[in-house]
Write a protein that binds this ligand. Structure first.
Ligand code: AR6
Ligand code: MG
Length: 301
């Protein structure tokens, strides 16, 4: 576990997010992103995935522990429509900003809670923070997701992505990671997909992007994107980041969030120096992301 891995994780997440964002959504969303996808200085903007990951990292650094109320306040304060938040979460966060308790707001849009991948996309930060306290990781991932994602499937995605990130800090063996992360998952849509992912990694078979999308999904639901992202990160662990990112684009669908989750796991394994430096230089707020990684590392080292 090193600072370079923490930086690699957060910057990998942000890079996967920013590089994927132009490919997400229908024609309208893509046109909008062409207008707002760069800062005034011409740097690549990232979306809600990175914003919420930063919110968690900065909250952990200030509070010295996972404080759900502080986190809910930060999520609500950081909300901007231009970051492309999911529509349910956008409504929920506006309610929290007006004073609602997240414990009620998280069922105000969908009575059973959101099963979107928004709890999982920010969970790599939980993986970093709890890697050395692995027994507490699953509960922490669930709690951090539950602020916006009360649905068990939304929370299971967070557990999977946090586990895979934490494990990638300690081993570069894809099979070991997929098996240990799967041990935390109990819900059918995850268990079945993880079994296939393990089999593919074991056989060394390399199905094409459309086959990966067909088997694992490429949607905004946690159950149709989290295994996809973890599988891609593990399959491309020993290959260049840009190859992995291209594969995410080919898988299609929710490219920014699948790219963010895959980028975070890949970055945790390979460290910041392995990321494409010319693209990193074009990423907005790189200094803030590095500072957040350093503060997180200082809290656990
Ligand atoms: N019942 C019906 N539809 C649902 C339910 C449910 N219980 N839960 C989610 N959906 P949301 P996120 C559908 O809004 O998970 C952004 O681009 C519903 O259509 O909670 O934070 C992010 O970057 C809902 O609007 O957002 C992610 O890529 C949608 O799933 C992605 O969106 C998303 O759930 C998900 O973000
Ligand atoms: Mg996004």
């Amino acid at each position: 576990m090193s600072l370079a891995q923490f930086e690699g994780c957060l910057l990998g997440l942000a890079l996967g997010d920013a590089l994927g964002a132009p490919h997400e959504g229908g024609i309208v969303e893509r046109l909008v992103w062409r207008l707002i996808g760069a800062t005034v200085q011409g740097q690549m903007r990232w979306t809600d995935d990175t914003q919420m990951a930063l919110d968690i990292a900065e909250s952990l650094a200030v509070q010295g522990a996972l404080d759900a109320d502080d986190l809910a306040r930060r999520f609500a304060a950081s909300y901007r429509w231009s970051r492309g938040y999911g529509p349910g979460v956008a409504r929920l966060l506006r309610r929290v900003a007006r004073g609602a308790d997240w414990r009620e707001a998280n069922r105000s849009v969908f009575p059973e809670g959101s099963f979107g991948n928004g709890g999982a996309m920010r969970a790599p930060v939980i993986g970093l923070y709890y890697a050395h306290r692995f027994a507490e990781l699953a509960d922490a991932a669930r709690l951090s997701a539950s602020i916006t994602h009360a649905h068990p499937l939304g929370q299971e995605g967070a557990v999977l992505v946090a586990s895979a990130t934490a494990l990638a800090l300690g081993t570069r063996n894809p099979l070991e990671i997929v098996r240990a992360a799967a041990a935390h998952c109990a819900l059918q849509p995850f268990v079945l997909r993880l079994r296939t992912a393990e089999q593919w990694l074991q056989e060394g078979s390399e199905p094409d992007a459309s086959s990966v999308a067909r088997h694992f999904g490429n949607g905004i639901a946690a159950s149709t994107s989290c295994v996809t992202a973890v599988y891609i990160a593990l399959r491309f662990m020993d290959r260049p980041f840009v190859d992995m990112q291209r594969f995410c684009v080919d898988v299609g669908g929710d490219v920014d969030t699948i790219g963010a989750m895959a980028g975070a796991v890949w970055g945790a394994a390979n460290g910041v120096a392995a990321l494409p430096q010319h693209q990193l230089a074009q990423l907005e707020q790189g200094g803030r992301l590095k500072a957040a990684a350093a503060a997180l590392y200082a809290g656990v080292a």
